[in-house]
Design a protein around this ligand. Structure first.
Ligand code: GLA
Length: 683
């Protein structure tokens, strides 16, 4: 982020929130290291060994009790806290801090037996049963009452416990199932619509219900979007996506309000899944409710560029956290159990992954989980202590990582530097991928990921920011597939160009307003003036088709009939019926410029466009390094720069930097061994 003070929290309680966050980081010295701890799966002698091993590895933080409800309250109203008391006491004695869970992520069997109405219902009316986890609806009044109950009981019991540093609310809210269609969900959706629109006339106007006679006479007539003979009202679908994200935030906030009553000073968080795979939750909205942003990230083992996807997730998490340090709450030491083929991480990959997250703003490196389970569906998921025990590669790497993190303590609290912003908008993700659009091939993330990758390969760190974010300090701003945008956010982006930034907008951006109603008068209505163009008609390409461009490259997925209205054409389509029609344009505006891209360029062309944009905006990598080296810089409040260099290649690589490498404890000699990481405290 360009400046630490850039974002002000809009949370009403922001002073208290800041104090709680400060308290968290102060309570755990240096970077936090640990993972999910599930002691209820193990006997007491193993608990004793656990503490010894945690100390060997340098563990200083654990998430405890995430799936413990049925062990804490085996029968309704009958509690068994003895085992957790002992665990908490032992951890406190060992100097290990606890993120104590609310235990609400898996309702106990007695509760489901007594109240089956808490179970989630799908759009098709299928009730999702117990025997797994996350089998509840966040809008179930009964579940909310019971969840608040166990949360209050836990808070009362452990409020003064010296191990308690953080509340871990529920777990990965929205994982497995994120949309709910039971009677109470429908009622909650109607109430949410009532608050959003006030009157049913306003809803009719926003939803465009003049189309296909969809007019409603009252909120009671509205349903959640379910099976229907043909395509559903798009704004109904969009509002249901907004509501569904909100319903989970609301459940989180309800539990936090219970926690606040009992422990006003203890910070609270929940673990996000901010990756390229999680579409359903608007984490920019959520972040306002969090004392600290926490994220879980798992590699897709089969992806040869999984380290770039990791960077995408970490940059998104930092954006969601407004640039502040965040917690990597979970990742894996090696293989997971839920992909088709769960291959292990390569030697050294766990350290590269962990430190890449730190390089992108994480001040905590945590794993799922501490000790690999013997039973249950996650028994083949790696952990810090594997089935094979301590005479294993994983354990040795866990111990080494703990030592590296300890040596890197000075990094804690420093902020990631970036002068490049990529606009990220969950609502545009939802809206741009609704049905009945010009092309099924337009996928929201594709261009964002392609540009992020091209920047990554050049050592450029990009912040993913919400369209309403303060864009001051960004010299290069990319707005890709920003299909839906409101007037204020469109003006925010335009103002950045006027102020001097280089702004790139890609096709299918600025097309509709926040109600998914088309902005008339020529596309892209929200950005026509900024870009100095007017698009008359979309020409999406056939499946696998290409559109050649006179600059010697070709585009895929999209082309369109662009007219210049002040901009200059830098490249044009060559083929009938778009021959001579601009494919890439530039409009000088104020002290900056606004570029427009009307197709998805091939990789080489996209690289070329990125190079040109970097040159124009003056954005450069934090150092010069051989290819295959990932580069980022964090800067501490005292001005010290920490240059992170991660060598993803298979040969030693030159990095032009000097200073002390915190990991080796020696001056950095300018060469980074294959697979190694250096954290250089710049002189
Ligand atoms: C998620 C959950 C964990 C565990 C891991 C496995 O992140 O939060 O409880 O299931 O996945 O990868």
């Amino acid at each position: 982020m360009p400046s630490p003070t850039r974002e002000k929290s809009s949370h009403p309680d922001s002073g208290a929130q800041e104090l709680r966050t400060t308290r968290l980081w102060e309570s755990i010295p240096g970077l936090s290291y640990g993972g999910d701890y599930n002691p209820e799966q193990w006997s007491k002698d193993i608990h004793v060994e656990d503490i010894e091993l945690m100390q060997q590895a340098g563990v200083n933080a654990l998430s405890v009790g995430i799936f413990s409800w049925s062990w804490l309250e085996p029968f309704e109203g009958q509690y068994d806290f003895d085992w957790l008391d002992e665990i908490m006491d032992n951890l406190a004695s060992a100097g290990i801090k606890v993120a104590l869970a609310t235990a609400t992520a898996a309702p106990p069997a007695w509760l489901v037996h007594k109240h089956p109405e808490i179970l989630p219902v799908t759009a098709e009316g299928i009730v999702l049963g117990p025997g797994s986890r996350r089998h509840y609806s966040p809008s179930s009044s009964v579940y909310r009452r019971y969840a608040a109950g166990i949360t209050r009981t836990l808070a009362e019991r452990y409020k003064d416990h010296p191990a308690l540093a953080l509340w871990h609310v529920d777990n990965e809210l929205g994982c497995h199932v994120s949309e709910f269609h039971g009677p109470e969900d429908t009622a909650a959706f109607r109430a949410w619509l009532g608050r959003r629109y006030g009157t049913i006339e306003a809803l009719n106007a926003a939803w465009g219900t003049a189309f296909w006679s969809q007019r409603y006479g009252s909120f009671e007539e509205v349903r959640t979007p379910g099976p229907a003979p043909s395509t559903l009202n798009p704004t109904q679908q969009l509002d249901f996506a907004r509501f569904s994200s909100w319903a989970l935030i609301d459940f989180y906030s309800m539990l936090v309000s219970v926690i606040r009553e009992v422990t006003p000073d203890i910070p609270a968080t929940t673990n996000f899944m901010a990756t390229s795979a999680t579409k359903a939750l608007d984490y920019f909205n959520w972040a306002k409710h969090m004392d600290v942003v926490a994220n879980d990230h798992y590699l897709v083992a089969a992806d040869p560029e999984r380290h770039i996807e990791l960077a995408f997730s970490a940059d998104l998490t930092r954006g969601i956290a407004s640039g502040k340090p965040w917690m990597l709450m979970e990742h894996s030491t090696s293989a997971v159990n839920w992909q088709p083929r769960n291959t292990p991480k390569l030697p050294g990959e766990m350290q590269r992954n962990s430190l890449a997250h730190v390089s992108r703003g994480a001040d905590a490196v945590m794993f799922f989980q501490w000790r690999q389970s013997r039973a249950g569906s996650e028994k083949f998921h790696s952990a810090m202590v594997p089935h094979g025990g301590t005479n294993t590669r994983i354990w040795r790497e866990v111990v080494d990582l703990g030592a590296a993190l300890q040596a890197m303590s000075p990094v804690q609290g420093s902020l990631v530097e970036s002068r490049t912003a990529i606009i990220f908008d969950y609502e545009s993700w939802w809206a741009s991928e609704l049905d009945s659009h010009p092309s099924a091939d337009v996928k929201y993330l594709d261009l964002l990921r392609a540009f992020h990758r091209a920047l990554f390969l050049r050592g450029i760190t990009a912040d993913f920011v919400h369209p309403s974010a303060n864009l001051d300090g960004y010299d290069l701003i990319l707005a890709c597939t920003l299909y839906s945008v409101n007037d204020a956010d469109a003006a925010n982006i335009a103002a950045a160009a006027t102020r001097g930034a280089t702004v790139l907008v890609t096709y299918f951006s600025g097309i509709v307003d926040e109600n998914d109603a088309v902005r008339l008068g020529g596309y892209p209505g929200a950005f026509r003036d900024l870009l100095g163009i007017n698009v008359e008609e979309f020409h999406p390409l056939p499946e696998g088709g290409a559109a050649s461009v006179d600059a010697g490259w070709s585009g895929r997925i999209w082309s369109e009939h662009v007219h210049l209205a002040g901009a200059e054409a830098l490249a044009s389509f060559t083929e009938y019926p778009l021959e001579g029609v601009p494919a890439l344009t530039r409009n000088a505006t104020g002290a900056g410029s606004a570029w427009y891209l009307a197709t998805f360029p091939d990789a080489e062309a996209l690289d070329g466009i990125v190079e040109t944009l970097l040159e124009e905006s003056g954005v450069a990598a934090p150092a010069v390094a051989a290819s295959g080296v990932e580069l980022t810089r964090r800067r501490a409040a005292d001005g010290t720069g920490y240059l992170f260099a991660v060598n993803h290649g298979t040969s030693d690589a030159a990095v032009a930097a000097s200073g002390r490498d915190l990991i080796s404890g020696t001056p950095f000699a300018g060469v980074l061994a294959a697979g190694a990481v250096a954290v250089i405290a710049e002189a």
